[in-house]
Design a protein around this ligand. Structure first.
Ligand SMILES: O=C(O)C1=C[C@@H](OP(=O)(O)O)[C@@H](O)[C@H](O)C1
Ligand SMILES: C=C(OP(=O)(O)O)C(=O)O
Length: 413
C-alpha cells in the first residue's frame, strides 16, 4: 500500500502555484473541436488530468472498446458522441464507473435514434453502442437531478442532429454552471442556442461548429485545495498566488472565492490569477452545494479543522461520484473529531466538530479511489503530521498536486 506522510514546516509561506488546467473545460473543448473537425493544435493548455488524457487517447483511436477508466465526463460525453455518430463501440470503465448511473443518458440517446444495449446491469456501464438511425424527434425531455453531464453530453451533439434539438430539463437541476459552461464553449465555436431557464428549455437549431482557437483556464476545483492551505495556515502572513485563473470564469467552482471569504481567505485578482491572503473566519456557515458539488469535501475539511459549524445543502449527488463521498467524508472526518450527520433525508447535513485536539497519534486518511478525498485532507498537514493513503489518486484531475504541495509542506512517500 502506498502512502504519503506530510509534516508541518511551522513557518509561514508566500508561494506561487502554477495550477493545472480544468479537465471540465478541456473535455468539452475536445468533443466540440472534434465535431468542428479541428485538430488538437487548435486547443491550448489542455489539462494534464488523466480524465483528459484518456479523452485525447480515445478520440484518436479507432478501437472497438472505449475504456474511460474512472472519468465520468469522458464516459458520458463519449457515449453521446459515438452513439450519435453511429460508431459501434463498447463503453466501459473501472468497477466504480460501472456503478455510476448512465440510464438517463442512454434513454435520451435511444429516443433520438441510438441503438444501445447494456452488457451487464440495466442503467449502468458497460454498454454496447450499435449504430444510429435518426428517429425524427427534435423534442427531448431529460431529468436534471442525477448528473448534469448527461445534459452537457447531449447539448454538444445537438447542433449536428438533422433538426437540432429542443431540450426540456425535468425536475430539479444540479450542477447548472457546468451546463452553462457547455453552452458558453459551444458559443465560442459558433453555435447559437436559445436558453430559457424559467421554462428549463434549451433550443438549438441545426448548425455547423466553426473551428476557433480555444485556451483552457486553470482549474478552480483544483484551486480550492490552495484556499484550504491559506485558511488552515496558523500564520497570519501566509499567502499564495494561484496562476491562470480568470476574473470571470466559466467554472462554477469559482464560487470557492465566496465560500472562503466566509472561512478566512480573501481573493484578490492580480491580472494573472488570484492572490489568497488570510482574513477572519465566521464561526458558522450554511452553503448550498447544488451548483458546486466538487467543493463540498474541501469545505468540510476546513470547517472541521477550524471548528466552523457547517450546514450543507444540495450534496445528494455526492453519493454517485468517484465514491460515495458522503460516506467517505463521514468516516474520515471522524478521525479529526468531526461528525457529518444527515438531519433531513438527503437534503440537509450538519458538520460539527469538537475542539480539534492535537492528537498524539498520527491520523491516517483513506482516499476511496477519489482524488478529491486526498486533496481535501492534505491541507491538514499544516496543523499536524498526517498520512494520506494511495496518494496517486490525484492523477485523475491534478497529477502535479504533490509536487506543488512540496512548496509548503515537508513530505515522505
Ligand atoms: O460536466 C462536468 O465537467 C462535471 C460536472 C459535475 O458532475 P455532475 O453533473 O454529475 O454533478 C462535476 O461533479 C464533475 O466533476 C464535472
Ligand atoms: C465528479 C468528478 O468527476 P467525474 O464525474 O467527471 O468523474 C470530479 O472530478 O470530482
Amino acid at each position: 500500500m502506498s502512502q504519503i506522510r506530510l509534516f508541518p514546516r511551522k513557518k509561514s509561506f508566500q508561494e506561487i502555484i502554477p495550477l493545472p488546467a480544468s479537465k471540465s473545460e478541456s473535455n468539452r473543448a475536445l468533443i466540440i473541436n472534434a465535431l468542428a473537425g479541428g485538430d488538437l493544435s487548435n486547443l491550448s493548455n489542455l489539462a494534464e488530468a488523466r480524465d483528459t488524457q484518456t479523452m485525447i487517447r480515445l478520440l484518436s483511436e479507432n478501437g472497438e472498446v472505449a475504456d474511460v477508466l474512472d472519468a465520468g465526463t469522458t464516459m458520458r460525453f463519449l457515449t453521446a458522441y459515438y452513439a450519435i455518430k453511429g460508431q459501434p463501440k463498447k463503453m466501459t470503465g473501472t468497477p466504480r464507473m460501472c456503478e455510476r448511473p448512465i440510464g438517463i443518458l442512454v434513454d435520451a440517446l435511444r429516443t433520438l435514434g441510438a441503438d444501445i444495449s447494456y452488457l451487464n446491469q440495466e442503467g449502468y456501464p458497460p454498454m454496447q453502442l450499435n449504430g444510429f438511425t435518426y428517429a425524427g424527434n427534435r423534442q427531448l425531455s431529460i431529468r436534471g437531478d442525477v448528473s448534469s453531464q448527461f445534459i452537457s453530453a447531449i447539448l454538444m451533439l445537438a447542433p449536428s442532429l438533422p433538426d437540432g434539438l429542443e431540450l426540456t430539463i425535468r425536475g430539479s437541476l444540479g450542477s447548472k454552471p457546468y451546463i452553462e459552461m457547455t453552452l458558453a464553449q459551444m458559443r465560442h465555436f459558433g453555435i447559437q442556442a436559445e436558453v430559457d431557464w424559467n421554462r428549463a428549455m434549451i433550443n438549438i437549431p441545426p448548425q455547423k461548429y466553426q473551428v476557433h482557437p480555444f485556451a483552457v483556464e486553470s482549474d478552480w476545483s483544483g484551486a480550492s485545495y490552495w484556499y484550504s492551505m491559506v485558511a488552515l495556515s496558523p500564520f497570519e502572513d501566509s499567502s499564495l498566488e494561484l496562476l491562470g485563473l480568470k476574473e470571470n470564469s466559466l467554472q462554477g467552482d469559482s464560487a470557492i472565492q465566496h465560500i472562503m471569504a466566509e472561512m478566512g481567505v480573501k481573493s484578490t485578482y492580480t491580472g494573472r490569477g488570484f492572490l489568497l491572503t488570510k482574513i477572519n473566519a465566521k464561526s458558522s456557515l450554511t452553503w448550498d452545494f447544488t451548483d458546486c458539488p466538487d467543493l463540498a469535501q474541501t469545505i468540510c475539511v476546513v470547517a472541521a479543522a477550524k471548528n466552523i459549524h457547517l450546514t450543507l445543502l444540495g450534496i445528494e449527488s455526492l453519493k454517485v461520484k468517484e465514491t460515495d463521498r458522503v460516506f467517505a467524508l463521514q468516516q474520515e472526518l471522524r478521525k479529526i473529531g468531526a461528525q457529518l450527520v444527515e438531519v433531513e433525508s438527503c437534503l440537509r447535513y450538519e458538520l460539527t466538530s469538537s475542539k480539534r485536539a492535537e492528537s498524539k497519534s498520527v491520523p491516517e486518511f483513506e482516499t476511496y479511489d477519489d482524488h478529491r478525498m486526498a486533496m481535501a485532507f492534505a491541507p491538514l498537514g499544516l496543523l499536524q503530521e498526517i498520512v494520506i493513503h494511495e496518494p496517486g489518486v490525484v492523477a485523475k484531475s491534478y497529477p502535479s498536486f504533490w509536487s506543488h504541495v512540496d512548496k509548503i509542506l515537508d513530505s515522505k512517500q
